[in-house]
Design a protein around this ligand. Structure first.
Ligand code: SF4
Ligand code: SF4
Ligand code: FES
Length: 387
């Protein structure tokens, strides 16, 4: 047994007061869960503490919450591990010491009903229904069941593992900026049917999700939902699969999301790093002809991006003015390695994700922010991963 202090963000609507923090001392074996700690506090100290749970075994998806700022399941997070993380986070911010409070909050991106209980209907379930979460086969149904090759279902088993806990929704950075974004859980669910060989409306589904301004191209590829998901669904990967299929079907989305993605990949292949000054031009007027004779839309989009470029300079994202001139951005010195990775991925038809290590706000494995300074300097250590 060990003593822990849990600091819970509370909200009791019937009191008429705003949210507040309250600490409880609990006494548990470190291998027991944060949810067990909350239930002990509810049992011993305050029966009005509201928390939703059922299975206590990471199956029902009821106990989504934020623990030390990270979205996940209360019943799947051991209280001993949560304590270690709280102490590491405290030492990273210079507070140091052991026995820091474990901070527990309701999930993000959702209205709070009471204490740790959030309104899943208005955000999560409404969005799940938005993607038509059932099979749409054509023709007469078979006399018995639909028979499919087991191999053809492998692609969607990952998305089928979802328990609808909402942890990915809680952690989604795009949803914070755009509450209308369909979001990671619903889009993972959409892939479950897009990838199902029995479904006959794949093209219509992809069109719908690509054309919606809050659809598949609204994801910023931030990986938060992958970190948050307790069941390994990796919603971002399912979104990338939807994008790939939409691209393969030649679907032109009104936001030029697909063209933007192609431009991004082309620039990385050519230079090894992202030359942001080329990104708009390549997204809206790609190729030599497009550059010589850009469409009206390309000119409009490029002019419309000037305020963003100015903001980039003001905030320091674009530190050097010369990097705003298309084509001036230098190539990565070992750029040939990048080309080899591209060639390998193309030859083997592999899924391809790119990310750069060392960005500002990057979290280490233990969840503590490393505080590495952002840099657009080509000498900054970078790594390209193929996965
Ligand atoms: S990767 Fe996309 S869907 Fe996932 S949390 Fe980030 S923005 Fe949201
Ligand atoms: S994708 Fe993962 S985190 Fe999101 S609702 Fe499903 S199980 Fe929960
Ligand atoms: S109580 Fe069922 S998932 Fe946590």
């Amino acid at each position: 047994m060990a003593d822990y202090t849990i600091k819970v963000r509370r909200f009791q609507p019937e009191s008429g007061a705003g949210p507040y923090w309250e600490e409880f001392n609990v006494d548990l074996d470190p291998s027991l869960s944060v949810l067990d700690g909350l239930l002990q506090a509810k049992d011993r100290d305050d029966g009005s503490l509201a928390v939703r749970c059922s299975c206590r075994a990471a199956i029902c998806g009821s106990c989504g919450m934020k623990i030390n700022g990270q979205s996940g399941l209360g019943c799947k997070t051991q209280i001993g591990e949560a304590q270690e993380l709280a102490d590491k986070q405290a030492s990273a911010t210079g507070k140091g010491g052991e026995g820091n409070s474990i901070v527990i909050e309701p999930m993000g991106n959702m209205p709070v009903i009471k204490d740790l209980v959030t309104d899943m209907e208005s955000t999560h379930w409404t969005k799940i229904r938005r993607v038509t979460p059932w099979l749409l086969p054509h023709g007469e149904p078979p006399e018995r069941e639909y028979v499919v090759e087991p191999e053809s279902m492998i692609d969607i088993t990952q998305s089928m593992a979802c328990i609808q806990c909402g942890a990915c929704v809680s952690s989604c950075l795009s949803m914070e900026a755009d509450p209308g974004f369909i979001g990671p859980a619903a889009l993972a669910k959409a892939y479950r049917f897009v990838g199902d060989p029995r479904d006959a409306e794949t093209h219509e589904r992809l069109h719908d999700l690509a054309e919606d301004p809050h659809g598949i191209y609204d994801c910023t590829h931030c990986f938060s939902c992958i970190d948050a998901c307790p069941k390994g669904v990796a919603p971002m990967d399912q979104i990338m699969r939807l994008r790939r299929k939409a691209g393969e079907e030649g679907i032109e989305d009104p936001n030029s999301g697909h063209d933007h993605e192609i431009a991004f990949v082309k620039i990385i292949e050519k230079k090894g790093t992202l030359d942001e000054s080329l990104l708009l031009q390549e997204s809206f007027a790609p190729g030599v002809k497009g550059k010589l004779k850009p469409s009206k839309r390309a000119i409009r989009e490029m002019l419309g991006s000037i305020p963003t470029a100015i903001r980039g300079i003001k905030t320091g994202k674009m530190r050097s003015l010369h990097k705003l001139i298309p084509g001036v951005h230098p190539k990565l010195p070992d750029q040939d390695d990048v080309k080899t990775i591209f060639a390998h991925a193309e030859e083997h038809g592999e899924e391809f994700n790119l990310y750069i290590k060392g960005e500002e706000g990057e979290l280490a494995e233990d969840g503590v922010e490393k505080g590495i300074e952002h840099s657009t300097d080509p000498d900054t250590p970078q790594e390209v991963k193929n996965g």
